[in-house]
Write a protein that binds this ligand. Structure first.
Ligand SMILES: Cc1cc2nc3c(=O)[nH]c(=O)nc-3n(C[C@H](O)[C@H](O)[C@H](O)COP(=O)(O)OP(=O)(O)OC[C@H]3O[C@@H](n4cnc5c(N)ncnc54)[C@H](O)[C@@H]3O)c2cc1C
Length: 353
């Protein structure tokens, strides 16, 4: 195991921000991590676990040790008539796992086709897209406690999953290194195509779903047509979380903007500001943050090296040579204008490093 110094992270974050890490080590097998725990670099520095760098903004150089997850392997560990349990190591590319599962005809991961990043990061923010979330199929998460190197297996419930959230992004942030995730998938057809944009696409193009592979392929097509490819235009997907409001707030906005799009969702963990958080039971209503940003005039706007993507206002982009501070500055301007116009404080989906 080699410790690299003053490591250039430009190619290790999808924003393409030019920043450095004081140290970086690659973990290729579990024993590497145990060996790492004994090193002075590990003992004397702050640590950051890194997968594909597709959900982070490097605001400055990282003055510590980056632990890069390269653990590989996907295997079926158990099956019965209806289900199959698939164990994927944390350094596997998420979409490779999706392809593995749909090639075998399993159902459960197909709606998360083409989400960038690694398997090990998928529980951290409970990745979600097209009406599906990682929590729907995660059975267990295997992780190493960074204090004592002990292995802990988290059940789905223990992961405390929420909307783009989990215990690994909150209480246990940075405290466990996720080495593998076990997914419980279905062998029987179990399609989930009720998500509006997906259903509309299927209807418009008169497409019929016969397999989980069909779903994965179609979602990949939709995503490629809407989202910027980080290899061409640096970005980290949605920069902000969607907003959940109570009915009073929705009515207040509706008075001024009768066209406000909203979706009722039950039992959501609300990422609201205290201002909005006078909950009425569990009822919360989703307002797409992209709409709020558009109404503030930001869609497609460029400020120097950074901007708001022309097709998707939730996505901030690096036109080339941007610093993390420039991206953050734009994000703060957007947060301020949404707050001023709607009295809603946006929260970040991306991790600031
Ligand atoms: C174009 C684009 C589209 C996207 N679309 C979606 C989408 O549809 N839905 C969605 O949910 N997300 C989306 N994202 C965000 C991103 O793909 C996911 O959050 C993904 O899970 C991040 O994986 P990663 O390996 O790149 O994580 P990283 O960015 O490397 O890390 C993210 C966080 O997880 C922690 N972490 C990483 N690995 C480990 C580990 N092994 N153990 C413990 N902690 C760890 C890191 O320290 C960091 O805090 C998109 C991003 C891009 C660029």
């Amino acid at each position: 195991m080699q410790t690299l110094k003053d490591f250039d992270l430009t190619d290790y974050n999808t924003f393409g921000i030019n920043a450095k890490a004081k140290f970086l080590v690659e973990i290729n097998k579990e024993a590497d991590f145990l060996e790492l725990l004994e090193t002075t670099e590990y003992k004397n520095n702050q640590k950051l676990f890194l997968g594909g760098g597709s959900n982070m903004l490097l605001v400055k150089d990282f003055d510590g040790l980056i632990v890069l997850n390269k653990l590989k392997g996907i295997e079926i560990i158990k099956e019965d008539e209806e289900n199959v349990w698939v164990k994927a190591m944390g350094g596997e590319i998420w979409n490779d796992l999706v392809l593995f599962s749909v090639e075998k005809g399993f159902w459960g991961l197909e709606n998360l086709s083409l989400v960038p990043g690694t398997v090990g990061a998928s529980p951290v923010q409970n990745i979600g897209a097209y009406g599906s979330e990682a929590k729907d199929t995660i059975f267990e998460v295997e992780a190493i406690d960074i204090k004592n190197a002990g292995k802990k297996v988290f059940t789905n419930k223990e992961c405390e999953f929420g909307y783009r959230d989990s215990i690994f992004k909150n209480k246990l942030k940075g405290k466990y290194f996720i080495i593998a995730v076990i997914f419980k998938l279905s062998k029987k057809q179990n399609k989930n195509v009720n998500y509006r944009a997906l259903q509309e696409y299927l209807d418009e193009n008169k497409l019929e779903i016969k397999s989980s592979g069909d779903v994965a392929r179609i979602i990949a097509e939709i995503r490629e047509s809407k989202l910027p490819n980080p290899k061409i235009l640096g970005n980290a997907g949605s920069f902000f979380k969607n907003v959940y409001v109570d009915i009073d707030k929705l009515l207040e906005i509706e008075l001024l903007y009768p066209d406000v799009p909203c979706f009722e969702e039950e039992n959501r963990t609300s990422p609201l500001t205290p201002l909005l958080n006078k909950e009425r039971g569990n009822q919360t209503i989703k307002i797409p943050t992209a709409w709020l940003i558009e109404k503030c005039g930001w869609k497609g706007k460029r400020v120097g090296n950074v901007g708001v993507h022309i097709k998707q206002s939730l996505v901030l982009v690096n036109y080339g040579g941007a610093t993390g501070a420039e991206v953050l500055d734009l994000a703060n301007k957007i947060i301020d204008s949404v707050d001023q116009k709607f009295g809603i404080k946006l929260t970040l989906e991306v991790n600031l490093i």
